[in-house]
Write a protein that binds this ligand. Structure first.
Ligand code: NAD
Length: 536
């Protein structure tokens, strides 16, 4: 169904006649089996509803502080054995996990769909990211973590070995928007580096995280090594921050600050993957068809509930009208639907809160004079929290969607005359997560990329070129985060770096009755000689 073609026969919110056309029905017994993996003895449970129907999906047992402590105890015990296994053996488990994720994709994609409502192809994006990450770290962990020899104080007399020592138990706090990859992909490098993991997924998407944990166990990862706890962020999340040897957080900038403060008090490290207000620049030499197609994916993947998705587009004057017409036409041609099967280009938002946030941004913009080029409406005929993919023009700084993250399918398009001005506007605001440039001149686009203050910049693609290249470090500048996932940086963050110095033959002090003054003279000559020799 197109964005503008409401069909009342498609799934209604509370009508049992209109259940989503699932490839598999949701099985409550499956949920009950999965929740047995939780460390949760509080006796309380939370009801989770599916965004596909608005109807209750499962009861999730809730963890308390004691459960979090128990999860850490079990994880620490398991880690003491795990760390003694060779890295190659740990990597083998990741490769088996890779295969299981691909083999069992229908089961995983169904659960992602039930819990998040996203279109199946967007579920597949995250599933393939998990497989890529598992393979990448299985194949590269030994290289990233191998002990390095570095030059010592006295050449050949001082030997330096740098070791990467696992932190111990890593705490992961993840959001709901990419429930499979954000629950799994940060933990995989932690595991292969020799750590254990305790994870608290968002309350809406606990089952997907539990299925990931089950697949890890089936792949040969000891059950206690990967603990899952459930409950409200301020309680269960902060209990994790109070016990972890390192915290990996993905979520909003506001919560990221709270996590950073908690880690600072305990002097433990953290990586923070936070919000964004990501720009695309369409330069005058861009391939317009390609830019319009890319803009649809960049703006509306997972209904815009994606940290790296585009919310601002700056388009060169010379191609503005042509580009916007094609972007609108392609958006109007999108297939919208709240079903588990393939074929939808966009699914619903995840919750009533998300719908309100998106609707408030659009209403505010319209009330203050913005023009809706397409979309702009909620679509309860499709699913309770559905909102159309929306393109706005005429957005001004007084409107909330100008600078604040909408985290929904809403993008503002602006005209620019000069590229320096476009770069300056793209760099406005507090965020610096992801940017994108469309141009047929690669070297020029890469030169402009260096001026964009974002942790990742994609050329002729919205976000997939960097996100899918798992050797490329990924994270935010400015208020979009601290630290990096992916690449060597993404695994070394879970280690403490230890330098071991072995001194041979001479001491680093005056020898054989030499005075301090004579020693200083010898050292001065040697420092000068080293500089002349070009030593670092
Ligand atoms: P959120 O910060 O509200 O919640 C994220 C996680 O933190 C959840 O598990 C939540 O329960 C937990 N939490 C909440 N308060 C907590 C506290 N006081 N202490 C400890 N844990 C707490 O974020 P959200 O609204 O669920 O997710 C959307 C946000 O996440 C957006 O801003 C989006 O841009 C960002 N995000 C960023 C990335 C990235 O890689 N940069 C990826 C996905 C989402």
């Amino acid at each position: 169904m197109s964005a503008h073609d409401a069909d009342p026969t498609v799934t209604g919110p509370h009508d049992p006649e209109h259940e989503p056309s699932a490839t598999l029905a949701f099985e409550p017994e499956h949920a009950a089996l999965l929740t047995q993996r939780l460390v949760a003895t509080s006796g309380e449970s939370a009801v989770v509803s599916s965004p596909l129907t608005g109807q209750p999906l499962a009861h999730i047992p809730q963890s308390n502080d004691g459960d979090v402590a128990e999860a850490f105890r079990r994880a620490r015990r398991a880690q003491a054995d795990w760390v003694r296994r060779p890295v190659g053996e740990r990597a083998e488990a990741l490769l088996r996990f890779h295969d299981l994720v691909l083999d069992r994709q229908d089961e995983v994609l169904d659960l992602i769909g039930w819990e998040s409502g996203k279109a199946r192809k967007h579920g597949f994006e995250e599933l393939s990211h998990v497989a890529l990450t598992a393979r990448y770290y299985a194949r590269t962990a030994a290289r990233h973590l191998r002990t390095e020899r570095r030059p010592g104080l006295f050449p050949s007399l001082t030997r330096i070995d740098v070791n990467y020592v696992p932190k111990g138990v890593v705490g992961i706090i993840s959001p709901w928007n990419y429930p499979f990859t954000l629950a799994m992909s940060d933990g995989l490098p932690a595991l292969v580096a020799g750590n254990a993991v305790v994870i608290k997924p968002d309350a809406q998407t606990v089952l997907t995280a539990l299925l990931g944990a089950q697949l890890l166990e089936e792949a040969g990862v000891p059950r206690d090594l990967w603990q899952v706890v459930a409950g409200p962020g301020p309680e269960v999340g902060s209990a994790i921050v109070g016990l972890a040897d390192y915290v990996c957080f993905t979520g909003s900038t506001a919560t990221g600050r709270i996590i950073a403060t908690g880690c600072a008090e305990r002097l433990v490290g953290c990586s923070l993957e936070l919000g964004g207000k990501n720009p695309i620049l369409v330069l005058r030499d861009a391939d317009i068809e390609r830019a319009a197609e890319g803009a649809v994916r960049a703006s509306f993947s997972n209904a815009g509930q994606l940290c790296v998705s585009t919310e601002r587009m700056f388009v060169a004057d010379q191609v503005y009208d042509r580009f916007v017409d094609r972007f609108v036409a392609r958006t109007d041609a999108m297939t919208l639907g709240a079903t588990l099967d393939w074929g939808n280009d966009m699914g619903p938002l995840i919750s009533a809160d998300q719908l309100e946030r998106v609707r408030a941004h659009v209403d505010d913009a319209v009330a203050k004079g913005a023009v809706v080029r397409t979309g702009g409406r909620a679509r309860p005929d499709l699913a309770p929290y559905f909102f159309e993919p929306t393109i706005l023009e005429g957005v001004t700084p007084e409107m909330s969607c100008f600078g604040a993250e909408t985290f929904g399918p809403v993008v503002s398009v602006y005209r620019f005359h000069d590229e320096a001005d476009a770069v300056a506007r793209a760099n406005e605001g507090e965020y610096g997560l992801n940017g994108s440039i469309y141009s047929q001149d690669g070297p020029r686009a890469r030169a402009i990329a260096r001026e964009i203050t974002c942790g990742t910049v994609n050329i002729n693609e919205g976000y997939g070129a960097t996100f899918g290249s798992v050797d490329a470090p990924m994270g935010g500048m400015r208020q979009s985060g601290l630290g990096r996932r992916q690449g060597a940086e993404g695994i070394r963050r879970y280690t403490d770096i230890q330098s071991v110095g072995t001194q041979r033959l001479v001491r680093i002090a005056p020898m054989m009755g030499m005075s301090d003054a004579a020693f200083a003279k010898v050292m001065t000559s040697s420092l000068r000689a080293m500089k002349k020799l070009g030593r670092a």
